[in-house]
Design a binder for this molecule. Structure first.
Ligand code: COA
Length: 341
């Protein structure tokens, strides 16, 4: 059993008490992509570590995925109740309204505070920080946080660079009011952004800046675009810097980290972050071989997969770190709870 997370044992904290995940049933293998795009399994595996991904059917929206993951997290928490429902997503059902109120209503949580978190692939970590703030301020006692993305709705299926990377899915956690010394306590946090690189990861049209895509770049502007090489470099730098910052805040050494749970961007990025931190790669939790990069869903999906496989033991120390469009980045610490989630 490891020592308390950080600081005064009696300080209020958010404690993990439920975990759930859901991916759409349709599996798309690298071979299937290679049958219609100029790519192949060997290129995709060697550059990204991805073997297959799950894609939503036409008509299946982010709220549909979020409701399934949310329901399974509430079931694992042993109570259908939450005072607040947060949905971290880049692919909401609609521009207006937010997706979270609909998810709350479909989970029987009408009346709960509900709003979306928009921080692209860092959304889950930003959502965790928001959930913790709601709990430690006394505004909520129990929060359902869902990370859910349907990238197939925004990635151009003809764009081989992005079509091979992204998948659809949802992961969710339930956090309850507790104390910093408890296993399951989440925090502290390191969060950051750099909007001068707005164009590095972008869907150009559909907002108030470029209302509708038109002209010769219409197809490009209405789809997800990413400058892969620059994103790669930024992702490694930002996640490792942020991870170091949060470890310093929490008073943990790198050697005390049992599991690094990074945003599942690309296997090479994850291994580079582990290398920069001087953490053995075996301590890096990976799930992207089967699901690809699922945006805001990737950390809770990886947590749920590893928990199912029995990777985490009570009291294990987890370092979560994420990077995404914005640019945004963030990290947090978590001790694995005693009770199964
Ligand atoms: N299959 C085959 N070839 C492909 C391809 C694919 N799916 N996608 C791109 N290529 C080609 C490129 O067109 C390029 O060809 P060229 O040299 O003739 O121009 C070549 O492969 C190399 O492309 P490059 O972009 O240099 O490859 P890379 O090694 O940087 O890998 C990424 C590309 C996208 C996999 C890589 O940049 C990456 O992982 N970036 C980060 C992406 C990510 O994780 N984003 C999420 C962050 S939240």
């Amino acid at each position: 059993m490891t020592a308390p997370l950080t600081g005064v044992a009696s300080a209020p904290a958010a404690v993990l008490c439920g975990l759930g995940s859901w991916v759409p049933p349709r599996v798309v293998t690298n071979e299937e992509l290679a049958s219609r795009l100029d790519t192949d399994d060997r290129w995709i595996r060697s550059r990204t570590g991805i073997g297959s991904r799950h894609l939503a059917e036409q008509g299946q929206a982010t709220s549909d995925l979020a409701v399934e993951a949310g329901r399974s997290a509430l079931r694992s928490a042993g109570s259908p109740h939450a005072d607040a429902v947060l949905v971290a997503t880049t692919t909401p059902d609609r521009l207006c309204p937010a997706t979270a109120p609909l998810v709350a209503a479909r989970l029987g949580l009408c009346g709960a505070a509900a709003f979306d978190i928009a921080a692209v692939c860092t959304g889950f970590v930003y959502g965790l920080a928001t959930a913790c703030a709601l709990i430690t301020s006394g505004t909520a006692r129990r929060v359902l946080l869902v990370g859910a993305d349907t990238y197939s709705a925004v990635v151009d299926p003809e764009d081989r660079a992005n079509a091979v990377i992204f998948g659809d899915g949802a992961g969710a956690v339930v956090l309850r009011a507790g104390h910093t010394g408890e296993p399951g306590a989440v925090g502290p946090f390191d969060l950051g952004s750099d909007g001068t690189h707005e164009e590095m990861i972008m869907i150009a049209a559909g907002g108030s800046r470029l209302r509708t895509a038109s002209g010769e770049h219409a197809r490009r502007d209405s789809h997800f675009a990413m400058r892969g090489k620059e994103v790669y470099r930024q992702a490694v730098r930002r996640m490792s810097d942020s991870a170091r910052a949060v470890l310093a805040q929490g008073g943990w050494t790198v050697g005390e980290v049992d599991h690094l749970v990074p945003h599942q961007a690309n296997l090479r990025i994850l291994h580079s972050v582990a290398d920069v931190l001087e953490l053995p790669r075996e301590r890096c939790v990976t799930h992207l071989e089967k699901v690809g990069n699922t945006g805001a869903a990737s950390i809770p999906l990886a947590l749920a997969d590893a928990a199912r496989r029995g990777v985490f033991r009570p009291g294990d120390r987890l370092l979560l770190t994420a990077f995404g469009g914005g640019l945004t980045w963030g990290s947090s610490l978590l001790t694995w709870p005693d009770a199964p989630v």
